[in-house]
Write a protein that binds this ligand. Structure first.
Ligand SMILES: Cc1cc2nc3c(=O)[nH]c(=O)nc-3n(C[C@H](O)[C@H](O)[C@H](O)COP(=O)(O)OP(=O)(O)OC[C@H]3O[C@@H](n4cnc5c(N)ncnc54)[C@H](O)[C@@H]3O)c2cc1C
Length: 411
C-alpha cells in the first residue's frame, strides 16, 4: 500500500454505515473514511412499532444524517448506482466514480410491493397499513377500527425485524381489547412461515400470548393478492403435501378484512441485486462469519443487505460492526483477517401488549442467548413477558441508539 491513508468507503448512512464510521473514528484508526448516501434523514426504525400503536412520537424516530456523520468523515450526498470491484470503484448517479481501498456495503433493503398483486395500489390507503412504510397510518387505521376482521400477515421474502409483523398484531389486539371491541373482532395472524418464532422458549411464550388475545394463527399461508377497494386478501397454501391431516387445507383462500397490516415483500436494492456482488437470491454475498465478500476480499457487508441467515435487525448490526472493523484493520496492518467471528447474533424485542415485552436473543443455530447484562435490570427470564423489557424498548434502547451506538461507543 502507498503512503496514503487507506481509503474506506461506506455505502449507506443508516444503522450499519454510521455505526462502522463512528466506531472507526472512535478507535482513532488511521484511515480516511467516506460515506455515500443520497438521503437527508436517518431513521430509528425499531420505534416504528410503537408509533403504529400510538405510543411513540414519529418525530423522535429521525435525525438529519448531517448530524450523525462523525467529525472527520466525508459525506458524498449521492446515490450509488453500481460496482466496479475489479477496479476498486463504485459508480454514482451524479458524481461519477469513486475509488476505495476497502468497501463497506450497508445500503439496507427496499420494499417491493410488486411481488403481491394489488399491493402497490392498496398499501397506505384505507385500512391497508404497514409499520414498514407508514406507521402513523397504521395508528390512524387502528384508532378508527370499529370491529370486524383484523388480519396481520407477512410475505415469503426475508424481511427486516422478522418479529415486527406480530408485534403490531399483539399491540393492536391489546388496544382493541382496551377499547371494548374484542367481542366484535376476529384477529388473525397468518404467515408463510412454519412457526410463530424460531427460538423454542420464545415460541412457547408467544403461543400463550396468541391464546390470550384469541388470535387465530395460521402457518404456511402466503399473501398473494390484495383487493384494497373491496377489502379482500387472498392467501396461497404453500405447505408441501406430506400425507398428514393438513393436506386437505384449501390451496387458495380469500378473506375479508376491516384492518390489514402487512410487511411488504423486501429485496436488496437494485444496484446490489443486479451486481456481481450478489448471490443467486440477490443479497450481498458475504461469508457468514467474517462478513467479507466471498469473491472480493476488500469488500465487506453488514446490515439488512447482507446474505446472512439470521434476523435482519439493528441489534444484529451491533454485533456485526466490530467484526467488519476488526477484519478491515487487520487486513490493513497484517494483510490477514482478524480473529473475530460473527455467530449470527440477532435480537427481537417482541412487544406483546402495552407495557409488556419478551426479548428474543439468538444466534445462527436459533439458540437462546440472553445478554448477561439483563440481570442488572432484574430480568432473569427474558423469554417471558416483562414490564422492565417494555421500558427498555420504549426508553432505554432509543437512548442507547442515539447516544452510544451512533457515536461509536460500547453498549
Ligand atoms: C417496523 C420495523 C421494526 C423494527 N424493529 C427493530 C427492532 O425492534 N430491533 C432492531 O434491532 N431492529 C429493528 N428493525 C430493523 C432495523 O431498523 C434495521 O435492521 C436496520 O436499520 C438496518 O440497518 P442498515 O444500515 O442495513 O439499513 P438502513 O438503516 O435502512 O440504512 C440504509 C441507508 O442506505 C442508504 N442507501 C440506500 N440505497 C443507497 C444507494 N444506492 N446509495 C447510497 N446509499 C443508499 C439509505 O438512504 C439509508 O440511509 C425494525 C425495522 C422496521 C422497519
Amino acid at each position: 500500500m502507498s503512503d496514503k491513508l487507506p481509503r474506506i468507503l461506506i455505502i449507506g448512512a443508516g444503522t450499519g454505515g454510521i455505526m462502522v464510521a463512528s466506531r472507526l473514528k472512535t478507535i482513532r484508526a488511521n484511515v480516511d473514511i467516506t460515506i455515500v448516501d443520497p438521503a437527508d434523514t436517518h431513521w430509528y426504525q425499531p420505534a416504528w412499532t410503537l408509533v403504529g400503536a400510538g405510543t411513540y412520537d414519529m418525530k423522535k424516530t429521525s435525525k438529519p444524517i448531517a448530524d450523525l456523520i462523525p467529525k472527520g468523515v466525508k459525506w458524498v450526498k449521492d446515490e450509488v448506482t453500481g460496482f466496479k470491484p475489479d477496479e476498486n470503484k463504485i459508480t454514482m448517479k451524479t458524481s461519477g466514480d469513486l475509488e476505495y481501498d476497502y468497501l463497506v456495503v450497508s445500503p439496507g433493503l427496499v420494499m417491493d410491493t410488486s411481488l403481491i398483486e394489488g399491493l402497490t395500489e392498496a398499501l397506505g390507503h384505507g385500512v391497508v397499513c404497514s409499520n414498514y412504510t407508514d406507521p402513523e397510518h397504521t395508528w390512524e387505521v387502528l384508532r378508527n377500527f370499529k370491529g370486524g376482521n383484523a388480519i396481520f400477515t407477512q410475505p415469503t421474502t426475508p424481511i427486516k425485524c422478522g418479529g415486527a409483523p406480530q408485534k403490531i398484531a399483539y399491540l393492536a389486539a391489546d388496544y382493541i381489547r382496551k377499547k371494548g371491541l374484542a367481542d366484535k373482532t376476529n384477529l388473525s395472524f397468518i404467515t408463510p412461515g412454519t412457526v410463530i418464532f424460531g427460538v423454542p422458549q420464545v415460541a412457547e411464550t408467544l403461543h400463550k400470548v396468541l391464546d390470550r388475545y384469541k388470535m387465530d394463527f395460521k402457518t404456511y399461508y402466503a399473501p398473494v393478492k390484495i383487493d384494497g377497494p373491496n377489502r379482500k386478501i387472498t392467501f396461497k397454501n404453500i405447505k408441501p403435501k406430506d400425507g398428514g391431516s393438513e393436506d386437505n387445507r384449501p390451496d387458495e383462500w380469500t378473506m375479508d378484512f376491516d384492518l390489514l397490516h402487512l410487511a411488504p415483500p423486501q429485496t436488496a436494492p437494485k444496484f446490489v441485486k443486479e451486481s456481481v456482488l450478489a448471490n443467486e437470491t440477490g443479497w450481498l454475498d458475504v461469508d457468514i462469519n467474517s462478513l467479507q465478500h466471498t469473491k472480493y476480499k476488500n469488500i465487506f457487508g453488514l446490515g439488512d443487505v447482507a446474505a446472512v441467515p439470521t434476523a435482519k435487525t439493528g441489534a444484529a448490526i451491533r454485533k456485526q460492526m466490530p467484526v467488519v472493523i476488526d477484519n478491515i484493520l487487520n487486513l490493513i496492518k497484517n494483510n490477514a483477517l482478524g480473529n473475530m467471528s460473527y455467530q449470527g447474533y440477532s435480537s427481537c424485542p417482541l412487544v406483546t401488549g402495552y407495557g409488556k415485552m419478551v426479548l428474543a436473543e439468538f444466534n445462527y443455530k436459533n439458540e437462546f442467548t440472553p445478554d448477561p447484562m439483563l440481570k442488572y435490570m432484574l430480568v432473569f427470564d427474558s423469554y417471558k413477558e416483562h414490564w422492565r423489557l417494555w421500558m427498555l424498548k420504549k426508553y432505554g434502547l432509543p437512548y442507547l441508539y442515539w447516544n452510544k451506538m451512533m457515536k461509536g461507543k460500547d453498549v
